[in-house]
Design a binder for this molecule. Structure first.
Ligand code: GRF
Length: 201
C-alpha cells in the first residue's frame, strides 16, 4: 500500500508542484492524499485542484490558539488517513506537542545547507540574503525531519548549489529551487515513504 501523504503549504507551491510531477516516477511509494493550506489565498491550492488532489484550509488565526490549530490539523490528517506529512513552504510553526505525535513522519524543506542560515526568522528571501551577506560560495537545500526546534530535526538529504558573482537574493533563490529543492524533496519523500512501507510489510 502506498503511504498517504499530506503536503502542507502556505504560498506559491512550487515544491508541491515538484511532488505532484514526481508522482509515478520518482515518487512511487507514496501518494499525495491531501494538500492542507494555512492560507486560503495560497496559489498552491490551485495547483492541487488542477491535479485533482483534495484540499483543506486550516488557518491558525481562525482557530484562536496553537492548541486549537493543531487539533484542527490532527482532525484533517485523521480524516484523510495520513501516514506522512510534508511541509513545503508551510509558514506556521508546529509545537512539540504536535511534532512528538509524528516522530520520523514529518519532513520539511529548507533553502540552505543546515546548520547555516536556518532557525527562527530564516524563511523566504531572508535565507538567501543572509547567505549573500556572509559571502558563502556554496549554499543549497536541506530536507530534514521536523521536531520542536525550528530547522533542528535530523537531516535526511542535502544538495549543494553554487553562489555566482552578481547573484541577488532572487536569482539565488531561483537557482536553489531549480537545482536543489525541486529535485531533493521528491527524492527524500520517496525514501521516507519506502522505508515506512518496509516497516509495515
Ligand atoms: C521554499 O524555498 C522552501 O524551501 C521553503 O519555503 C519555500 C516555499 O516555496 N520552506 P514554494 O511555496 O514551494 O514555491
Amino acid at each position: 500500500m502506498k503511504m498517504r501523504i499530506a503536503v502542507l503549504v502556505s504560498g506559491g507551491g512550487t515544491n508541491l508542484q515538484a511532488l505532484i510531477d514526481a508522482q509515478g516516477s520518482t515518487l512511487t511509494s507514496g501518494e499525495i492524499a491531501v494538500v492542507i493550506s494555512g492560507n486560503p489565498n495560497a496559489y498552491a491550492l490551485q495547483r492541487a485542484q488542477s491535479a485533482h488532489i483534495p484540499t483543506e484550509i486550516v488557518e491558525k488565526k481562525r482557530c484562536g490558539s496553537q492548541e486549537a490549530f493543531e487539533a484542527a490539523l490532527e482532525a484533517v490528517l485523521c480524516r484523510h488517513k495520513i501516514d506522512v506529512i510534508v511541509l513545503a513552504g508551510f509558514m506556521t510553526i508546529l509545537s512539540k506537542n504536535f511534532t512528538e505525535k509524528h516522530p520520523g513522519r514529518i519532513l520539511n524543506i529548507h533553502p540552505s545547507l543546515i546548520p547555516s542560515f536556518c532557525g527562527e526568522g530564516f524563511y523566504g528571501l531572508r535565507v538567501h540574503e543572509a547567505a549573500l551577506r556572509y559571502g558563502v560560495k556554496v549554499t543549497g537545500a536541506t530536507v530534514h525531519f521536523v521536531n520542536e526546534v525550528p530547522d533542528g530535526g535530523q537531516i535526511i538529504a542535502q544538495k549543494a548549489v553554487d553562489v555566482l558573482p552578481g547573484d541577488t537574493p532572487e536569482s539565488l533563490q531561483k537557482r536553489v529551487m531549480e537545482q536543489a529543492e525541486w529535485i531533493l524533496l521528491p527524492r527524500a519523500t520517496e525514501a521516507v515513504c519506502a522505508a515506512l512501507q518496509e516497516e509495515t510489510l
